[in-house]
Design a protein around this ligand. Structure first.
Ligand code: GDP
Ligand code: GDP
Length: 455
């Protein structure tokens, strides 16, 4: 490496940075109006990201990436809930429950100017039961005089309250330092031990695509409820289902079966649920209703799964309903609307008739295999050498950037770092990704490629 112009430390640093697996997740929970959204904005350092929620406004983004003191993590914002839908207690419990289940640590926000309420106490019980690390933010402490209010929150029994003003930023640095102390480096806890244990599948898709029908079809009578959370709402439930001689864990299946009948806030609720299920899973089976046009909502769900770096299978459901005309248009739609997942295994199924159910497991296995693929450095560089020789980067400004060497920094999903003598254009990067896929078969997995340019 040194003779190519990169020093060893630089190379090792780049590999370590690119190699991170799934990021740890911080869930921000608390009553409505305590300032959760304001705090999330502060943490992610963007003003426009979380806009105020008006009834009926679709809010599908609930997970954000954040960085503090050089560490990256995800923030799940549960601030979009409306208190009058189910009554305060029920709504807070329901929203908090998924978020807590999918999190590695929780940031519990209390309004210090109000003090601890009964609802706050109820959230404390949920947090206790979940057993996740908790950091307590005493919010709306805009000045010195509010510190005493914050101190009364010791009574919640969660340890030291951190006085902050989400609005002005006061105290948020200390709060985030504490968050990092409590947040594990990697989300191992949620994933259990690295070896053994059933693989985790999330069945996702917009309402009425057939998720619960599919779950029922694959489960038959073999369904075993393995983990019923002893919460008030009893929402997230993981189930063990044996398929093809292998036991799989389907995560958050309660949400699939029991429809949540809500008027306002239902979209937000569904998004939170989808995000939580994806976080808990290794592979997402995304259902598309073929009797309907592929929609923006379908694409948003796909984007969530791709951005989370999960293995992906696309199940085109209700195949029994298709006539030749619809089928023709469907294939055109797939070509134009499913560009972001052209690499995902595809199964054309019917949850009603059971058509092609036997193809689901092989597709899931293919996707997981791609997700875990590791290409040895020697083989990767031999391959890079060949494609660069056959298809060099176009000359720009009299110079020709070259890929000097590369390495795979991580798996789940595969992450590559390429070291280059100059900036590689987006088109060339896409070409490299396509060729990597052709050569090494990353079916069913997003792949990340980062490029380091020699100074
Ligand atoms: P959420 O429902 O918990 O997400 O709460 P929001 O973030 O929407 O905040 C509710 C209200 O509290 C808004 O009017 C915010 O401007 C206000 N607020 C949030 N944080 C602070 C703070 O640190 N100090 C003060 N004074 N007001 C705040
Ligand atoms: P979910 O909201 O995604 O869980 O969807 P459901 O499983 O509740 O299905 C929504 C509707 O589509 C129900 O009326 C199902 O009977 C129907 N449905 C689901 N799968 C199929 C299928 O493969 N073929 C047909 N014709 N209908 C289906």
């Amino acid at each position: 490496a040194a003779e190519e112009g990169f020093d060893v430390e630089e190379v090792e640093g780049a590999i370590e940075e690119a190699g991170h697996g799934p990021l740890p997740v911080l869930a921000v929970v608390g009553r409505p109006n305590v300032g959760k959204s304001t705090l999330v904005n502060r943490i992610i350092g963007r003003r426009e990201a979380v806009v105020e929620d008006k009834p009926g406004v679709t809010r599908d983004r609930v997970t954000y990436e954040a960085e503090w003191a050089g560490r990256r993590f995800k923030v799940v914002d549960t601030g979009g809930w409306e208190q009058d839908v189910l009554g305060i207690d029920a709504s807070v419990a329901a929203q908090a429950e998924f978020a807590i289940e999918a999190a590695d640590a929780c940031l519990f926000v209390v309004d210090a100017t109000v003090g601890a309420t009964d609802t706050d106490e109820a959230v404390v019980r949920l947090l206790r039961r979940a057993g996740k690390p908790v950091v307590l933010a005493a919010n709306k402490v805009d000045g010195q005089s509010g510190e005493a209010d914050a101190a009364t929150l010791w009574s919640l029994g969660l340890g030291e309250p951190f006085p902050v003003s989400s609005l002005h930023g006061r105290g948020t640095g200390d709060l985030l330092d504490e968050v990092l102390r409590k947040l594990p480096e990697a989300p191992e806890q949620r994933f259990g031990s690295a070896v053994g244990g059933p693989r985790r599948i999330a069945l996702i898709g917009r309402p009425n695509v057939g998720k619960s029908s599919l779950l029922n079809k694959v489960a038959n009578e073999d369904r075993v409820v393995v983990n019923e959370l002893a919460g008030t709402t009893r929402d997230p439930v993981d189930e063990l289902i044996e398929l093809g001689g292998v036991t799989w864990k389907f995560v958050d299946t309660a949400g699939i079966r029991k429809k949540v009948h809500l008027q306002s806030g239902a979209d937000y609720y569904a998004s939170l649920r989808t995000a939580a299920a994806i976080e808990k899973a290794e592979v997402a089976v995304i259902l598309i209703d073929t009797t309907d046009k592929i929609s923006v909502q379908d694409q948003r769900i796909i984007t969530m799964a791709v951005e989370s770096g999960r293995a992906i299978v696309i199940a085109y459901n209700k195949w029994d309903e298709l006539d030749e005309e619809r089928r023709y248009y469907l294939e055109r739609e797939i070509e134009t609307e499913m560009q972001q997942v052209t690499w995902a295994p595809r199964v054309n199924v019917s949850a009603k008739t059971g058509r092609h159910m036997e193809k689901l497991v092989p597709a899931i296995e293919t996707a997981l295999a791609g997700w875990e693929t590791r290409v040895p450095t020697g083989r990767l560089n031999a391959f890079l050498g060949e494609i660069v020789a056959a298809n060099p980067h176009p000359i720009r400004g009299g110079k020709q950037p070259r890929i000097l060497f590369g390495t795979q920094a991580g798996t789940k999903p595969p992450r590559f770092v390429l070291f280059a003598s100059g900036f590689l254009e987006a088109g060339y990067r896409r070409f490299i990704e396509r060729r990597l896929r052709e050569e090494f078969g990353f079916d069913g997995t997003p792949i990340h490629i980062s490029v380091r340019v020699r100074e």
